[in-house]
Design a protein around this ligand. Structure first.
Ligand code: PGA
Length: 252
């Protein structure tokens, strides 16, 4: 029995066509399953309204975004404002995913602006942290993560702290098939919890990085792992459902 509600969050990245999306939900609806965990999906932004509509009819899945702009409105061609996300009823946004950090050069300072603005608009924020392989090998894991937390979460207020979630995603485990062992992940999760200044005991801390139906159970058995942020294995209804089923069992 977990202390905190278990969340399975699918990060669809830049995948899924309309046909694949409809196939995913048809498969999901065939598998009649009572969800005891929270099941969330972050599709490409353009698909959010479509998924919201389908999710509304199927009931149990909440829809969010993979990123947002650090500005509320203005001349920022190609960006998506957290205000616009809140406006269309988006529930959550992922901020600081390692692909945003490494491919798009997003630094902790700009991520902090995104976090504060998204919280201001009442969005739940999944703030991602994690070390590269080189940083782990240089025994810098805790330093890197402390830095990501202290700058990225600067000025978060006690009033909005309940909207904040953390995802620990070791960069070397994302999309590589290499998962941190449950013990390695738990060590970092426990450390993150000690470093959170607000709402530490209640904050949901997800693990991400090659989570699959066959490794989720051992991760969820860890005291400080409250769910998973899942890329590849969230794209197939069967796998996503299996992850949700494990998470539902962990809730009982
Ligand atoms: P993965 O991706 O599950 O495919 O490793 C996780 C993520 O990038 O959030």
């Amino acid at each position: 029995m977990k202390k905190r509600e278990v969340h399975i969050v699918g990060n669809w990245k830049m995948h899924q066509t309309l046909v694949e999306i409809s196939h995913f939900f048809i498969e999901m609806s065939k598998m009649k399953m009572e969800l005891k965990c929270k099941a969330w999906i972050a599709p490409q932004s353009i698909h959010i309204p479509i998924l919201k509509e389908i999710a509304f009819t199927t009931g149990s899945i909440q829809i969010g975004a993979q990123n947002c702009c650090e500005h509320e409105s203005g001349a920022y061609t190609g960006e998506v404002s957290p205000l616009a996300l809140a406006d269309i009823g988006v529930e959550f946004v992922i901020i600081g995913h390692s692909e945003r950090r490494s491919i798009y050069g997003e630094k902790n300072e700009v991520l902090n602006k995104k976090v504060l603005l998204a919280l201001k608009h009442g969005l739940k924020v999944i703030y991602c942290v994690g070390e590269t392989l080189a940083e782990r090998e240089a025994e810098q894991t805790f330093n890197v993560i402390e830095n990501q937390l202290s700058i990225g979460l600067r000025n978060v207020t006690p009033e909005s702290a309940h909207l904040l979630m953390i995802a620990y995603e070791p960069v070397w485990a994302i999309g590589t098939g290499k998962t941190a062992t449950a013990e390695q992940a738990e060590e970092v999760h426990a450390h993150i919890r000690t470093k959170l200044k607000l709402n530490a005991e209640q904050t949901i801390i997800l693990y991400g990085g090659s989570v699959k139906p066959d490794n989720i159970d051992s991760l969820l058995r860890q005291e400080n792992i409250d769910g998973a942020l899942v890329g590849g294995a969230s794209l197939k209804a069967q796998d996503f459902r299996a992850l949700c089923s494990s998470a539902s069992t962990a809730m009982m």
